[in-house]
Design a protein around this ligand. Sequence first.
Ligand code: ACM
Length: 480
Amino acid sequence: MVIVMGKQFRVFRVRPQTKQLSDVIPLPASVRPDPAANFTITPGTAVSAVPEAAAVAAFLDLPISADGAIRLRLDETLPAEGYRLEIAADSVTLTGGTPQGLFWGIQTLRQLGSDLPGGVIEDAPRYPYRGAMLDLARHFFTADEVKAHLDLLAQFKINHLHLHLTDDQGWRLEIPGWPRLTEVSGGAGTGVDGAGPGFLTLAEYASIVAYAAERFITIVPEIDMPGHVNAVHVAYPELTADGQPVAPRTDAEVGYSSLVAGLEETYAFVEDVIKTVADLTPGPYLHIGGDECLSTPPEDYRTFLARVLPLPGKYGKRAIGWHEIAATDLPESTVVQYWRFEGESPDVARAAAAGRQVIMAPADRTYLDMKYDADTRLGLDWAGHLSVERAYDWDPADRLPGVGEESLLGVEAPLWSETLRSVADVQYLTFPRLPAIAEVAWSPRGSRDWASFRSRLAAFGPRWDAAGITYHRSPEIDWL
Ligand code: ACM
C-alpha cells in the first residue's frame, strides 16, 4: 500500500492482520502452523489439569473443570523446561516435561491471546540459566516491587533473578548478629545521591524467594566482596585495616573499598553472612561478587578468594563470581560471570578449559543500564549505547575466544541502579531489551533473525500500554 502524506511518499508494508502461531517471544524451537484449526478462548472456556499441574493451571485465569477444552498434561520424556502446545479446532493440549515446562507453555499461550492460531509448538530452552539482575544496593526496591518485576520477567521465560544486595553505598539484607549492616547502611540516604532508605528483612527476602519459586524463577543472591564494601566498613569500622570510622559514600565511584584479607575477623564476618544467605536461599547459587577490586592487592585478592570461594560449597551452594575471580584457583563447581565489554579474557578461557561454567553478561550487549542512545535520560554509557538490535544481534557462544557453547551455563541481563529512582525507571531500561536477551538465551541459535524479532516485538507495544508498563518506544521498532 502506498499512502500519500503531504509531499512525502511513505510506503507502509501491510502487516498480516491475523496472528501467526510463531508470534511469540522468545521464538519457540519448532512451530508447525495448521491454519484450518484455530481455537477461540471465551470466558467460559475451562481448563482440565492433572493434579500435579493444578497450581500452574491457575496462571491461565480460566475456570477449572474435569472436561475443560484446554488440557494440561505432563510427559516426563519431554525436557524438564520443555513443553508441547497442540492447538486444534475443539481443544488445546499443553504438555510439559515438568510443571516448570508447563508454566513456560502457559506464557506462550498467554502471549498468543484468546484467538489461538492452530498448529503445534514444540519448545525447550537453549540454556538452563536465563537471568536478569536487579541492583538493590544503589537504589533500593521493595519486596512488592521486586515481585511485580518477577511477573514481567516470567512472561519471557527468564528463570533466574540475581539480586545485587550489597555495595559501597548500602547493605540491603538483614543479617542476624550484624544489626548495624541494615540499621546504618540500610538507613536514610544510603542510595546513590542520598536516595533510600531500605533493606529486606529475612521474612521479606523469604517472601520474594517463595513468590519467585511459584513462577519457577530461582533467586540468586549476591553479597559483593572483597571490594564494593564501604557500607560494611561504615557499619563496622572494626573490619577496616586501622579500625577508624569510615564515611558513608553516595557517589557512583567504584574500586576504593576492600575487606582486609589479613584480618581474621574478616572471615568470621564473611562466613556468618554466607551461612545466613545460604540458609535463606533454596536455589543452588550464591554469588560472591569479586569484581572491580582495584584497591585490593592481587596477592590479598587471591588469599581472600582461596578462603571464601569454598564457603558457598560448605553451606550447600555453588559459588558464582564476576569474571575477575578467574584469575584465581577456582573450586570445581564455581561459575564465572563474564561482564566486560571489549577484548579477550585469557583467564575466563583458562577457567572454561578447566571445566568451569560461564554465564555471559557482556556489558555492551546485556547491561540494561546502558543508555539506548545519546538521548536516553536514564542510564550510563561506559560500555557504549545499547540499542535493541545490539541487545539481540550477538551470540553468546561466539563472544569470547576459548569459551564456546559447551562452557556456557547461560546468559544474564544485569540492571545496575545508580540512575534509577522508580519502578518506571526499571521498566524503561528493561523493555524492550530484556525480551531481546531472553530470546538470545532461549531460542535455537540458527532460528534467530532480527527482522522477525522486531516484527514480533511490535505487538507488545499495545499490550504494555494497556498494562501500564513503561517501555522505550525505540525508533528501531514499527510499534503497532
Ligand atoms: C560489574 O559491572 N562491575 C560487574
